[in-house]
Design a protein around this ligand. Structure first.
Ligand SMILES: [Zn+2]
Length: 434
């Protein structure tokens, strides 16, 4: 059997576990064999890990309209460098992605860029204004994979209920940025000891949990009313969980069998409000960085599966915008290029978090939310893969990012686990083998 690439002595890690080493032969877009064979190119992978490609459910690529912050090319390049083969783009662009033609245009443009694959999300309501629902069926037919007004919050519970019902009938999950606008008010950071000391307007943890509590009741209402209940998929997806209390509510609702899912970001798993002591807007993000107790709870939630996946919420802005003072700078942290090494280092290496569980939260978890089958490392599987190095340590240097946002709260951190090669259906979309 002749293939295109042979990974010699690669350590296989997927969501099912760690499977020792194998010679993985890739060709025709698939894994042809786990026991070697002839290939045009041989990659020595001793001491390196091969995993299914990562899937990001939440990234802001800013196209159309905000290309000064990021565009499809730079964003999908950054994703490929981060080991991502697939990415869901948020629709809060200029204009908002709320029509089928806009979804098609994004997909056509992304198809010309041979990097990570793009799966556009579309808005739940027209213009993300929270009033009039978008055409879920047409958006679905155009290739939208979920509906969300992210960037904004869904204030009208009646609109959300109708939207959930409509989206569910077309097989689309709805993702929500769960924060109560009234409780959050003008908060620029977590409300607590640090915000009080600094005299800055705070965003209380209860802004998140109050909204989650309401949304869970909305899901319950819709779920009871649905005539045909889609089995095994998420109806409502909570984005970027940040609080221990919010997690408790999600955990309890999942135990009761409500069709919900939830994600957590790399920053909410590694940073706290104490990082804002120096008033640096690099750490300004929505929802805000919380306390160490919240971080501990979120890591636990990721482990047990109450949190289904890690999603980056990659949110690039220009350096000028991020250089404004803390009150005026925009919210957001870019992380596509560091998410995997960051969490591999901070969770697996430093805290003993199980590697295969982390891989699951980057691969199977997000895929399941969209109703996609898992990719496991076996013969015949789609060759959308990442080869990464668990041992070589490198310092985060944002100046070398492919993303236009060349700054990072993790600049200078020494991390391991860097992706070396990313393949989409057997094609190399990132090569960092040096
Ligand atoms: Zn959001």
């Amino acid at each position: 059997m002749k293939g295109e690439i042979l990974f010699k002595n690669a350590t296989l890690v997927d969501a099912r576990g760690e499977h020792g080493t194998a010679d993985v032969l890739v060709g025709e877009g698939r894994i042809l064999s786990l026991s070697g064979g002839e290939a045009q190119r041989v990659v020595e992978a001793k001491g390196r890990c091969l995993s299914p490609g990562f899937f990001d459910l939440h990234a802001h690529l800013r196209e159309p309209g905000q290309e000064v912050k990021e565009d499809l090319r730079s964003g999908l390049e950054a994703a490929a460098r981060g080991g991502y083969t697939d990415l869901v783009s948020m629709p809060n662009t200029t204009p908002v992605v709320d029509r089928a033609e806009a979804v098609r245009a994004l997909r056509e443009k992304a198809a010309q860029i041979d990097r990570a694959r793009l799966h556009p999300a579309a808005a739940l309501t027209q213009g993300q204004e929270g009033q009039v629902l978008c055409e879920a069926r047409l958006l679905r037919e155009a290739g939208a994979v979920l509906l969300t007004d992210d960037g904004r919050t869904n204030e009208d519970a009646g609109v959300l209920a109708l939207g959930l019902r409509y989206a569910a009938s077309w097989g689309l999950p709805v993702a929500v940025h769960a924060e109560d606008a009234g409780l959050r008010r003008g908060g620029v950071m977590h409300e607590g000891e640090v915000s009080w000391r600094l005299g800055l307007p705070g965003n209380p943890a209860y802004a998140e949990s109050a909204r989650i509590a309401r949304d869970l009741e909305v899901v319950r209402y819709v779920w009871e009313a649905l005539e045909t209940r889609p089995q095994g998929r998420s109806l409502l997806h909570f984005q970027h969980l940040s609080t221990r209390r919010g997690l408790e509510l999600v955990r309890q609702a999942k135990r009761e069998g409500l069709p919900i899912s939830a994600e957590v970001t790399p920053h909410h798993l590694t940073l706290t409000d104490a990082h804002l002591e120096g008033l640096d807007p690099l750490y300004k993000v929505a929802p805000p960085l919380r306390t160490w107790a919240d971080v501990e709870a979120l890591v636990e939630g990721l482990l047990e599966g109450s949190l289904d996946c890690v999603a980056t919420d990659h949110a690039p802005h220009t350096e000028d915008e991020k250089s404004l003072d803390l009150l005026r700078a925009p919210f957001g942290i870019p992380s596509l290029e560091v998410a995997w090494p960051l969490l591999y280092t901070e969770l697996v290496q430093k805290r003993g978090f199980p590697l295969s569980v982390l891989v699951a939260r980057f691969t199977d978890g997000p895929r399941r939310i969209l109703g996609l089958p898992p990719i496991h490392l076996e013969e015949g599987a789609e060759a959308s893969l990442v080869l990464w190095d668990p041992s070589q340590r490198r310092t985060v240097d944002p100046k070398g990012f492919a993303s236009k946002a060349r700054y990072s709260p993790w600049a200078g951190w020494g991390l391991s686990g860097w992706p070396l090669l990313t393949l989409v259906e057997g094609r190399v979309v990132f090569e960092g083998l040096g």
